[in-house]
Design a protein around this ligand. Structure first.
Ligand code: CA
Length: 315
């Protein structure tokens, strides 16, 4: 690790050691060779250079630390964020998809092209958000008595979610990024097909999509509260709980779609409303609200027991 070597330790025939300076070594190396002596050469720092060496070692590890510090999302599948909250990531490929549904509530359908990005594999948990509260002195949100730890954080407004995202060096997904990631290449109402069963997602499966649209989906009982993240199978791109569990805040203001093709849309540019987009449905919402294209919204400062969020970072 030393930048500068000022001495060499020579061990003739590996039996005894002596120390000569680099200058002496260079001057006498032919003589040593002619004598047929075998050497082991060891590099070391003299005491008067230890301080310099320690500074260099400190600089080296500082560079490694800073790289890690700012590397939120720089690795696939797992990494820690800027503030050392462990976050697992899924790489979402760049691509073009049809956003929205034929329903007037979710339309008009339009073509959207997105750059690649990374999305957190799970909804942000209480454990992650509580670490943020501990570090910043914020009040911890109510867990409704369901437990904290690996359950998705709830009762956080958009401002709180956005502050957490900033603290971790990440951001909230745009509405287009969220739908694209949720679909994972599918064009059906859910990324599971035409129906969403109680074994596929945590939602109010007493009212499956079929009860509204006659799609033939079964009516089933449900937990009626949040479940620990990752309790259900992921979608084709490896993201968990995109349908149900908790609604997820997006970065966009809520507004009407335009029908034209768009690239990396970010929603309305002006604040015509105090509503931010929510996506994915929740433990207490009907199947129809959990569809990939379903749009919902909430006033940004208010938290709800059915709303959480997840994060994205650039690829
Ligand atoms: Ca969700």
């Amino acid at each position: 690790m030393c930048l500068k070597i000022n001495a060499l330790r020579i061990c003739p025939n590996c039996k005894k050691s002596s120390v000569i300076t680099g200058k002496t070594w260079r001057k006498n190396q032919r003589a040593f060779a002619k004598k047929g002596q075998r050497f082991e050469v060891c590099f070391f720092c003299s005491f008067d250079k230890i301080s310099l060496c320690m500074k260099f070692i400190s600089l080296f590890f500082s560079i490694i630390f800073l790289f890690h510090f700012f590397a939120c999302g720089s690795k696939d599948e797992t990494t820690s964020s800027k503030n050392k909250v462990e976050i697992e990531w899924v790489s979402i490929p760049a691509g073009t998809f049809t956003m929205g549904s034929p329903s007037s509530n979710d339309g008009p359908q339009h073509s959207v092209t997105l750059s690649g990005f990374k999305m957190s594999k799970y909804e942000v948990t209480f454990a992650q958000y509580d670490a943020f509260c501990d570090a910043t002195g914020r009040q911890k949100p109510n867990d409704q008595g369901w437990g904290r730890g690996n359950r998705p954080v709830i009762n956080v407004g958009w401002d709180d979610a956005s502050a957490f995202a900033e603290w971790t060096g990440c951001r909230l997904p745009t509405e287009a990024e969220w739908e694209y990631a949720c679909r994972a290449g599918t064009t059906s109402p859910f990324n599971t097909g035409s129906c969403l069963s109680s074994s596929q997602a945590n939602y109010d499966s007493n009212y499956p999509y079929s009860t509204i649209d006659s799609a033939g989906c079964a009516k089933e009982a449900c937990p009626e509260k949040t479940m620990p993240v990752g309790s259900y199978a992921p979608n084709a791109w490896g993201l968990y709980d995109m349908h149900g569990n908790v609604y997820e805040w997006c970065s966009d203001w809520y507004g009407d779609y335009s029908s034209g093709a768009q690239t990396n849309p970010k929603g309305p540019s002006s604040r015509d409303t105090y509503l931010k987009v929510l996506r994915g449905g929740s433990w207490c919402y009907y199947g129809s609200f959990c569809r990939s294209a379903s749009r919902f919204s909430g006033p940004l400062p208010i938290g709800y027991a059915y709303v959480g969020f997840r994060l994205v970072v650039p690829s």
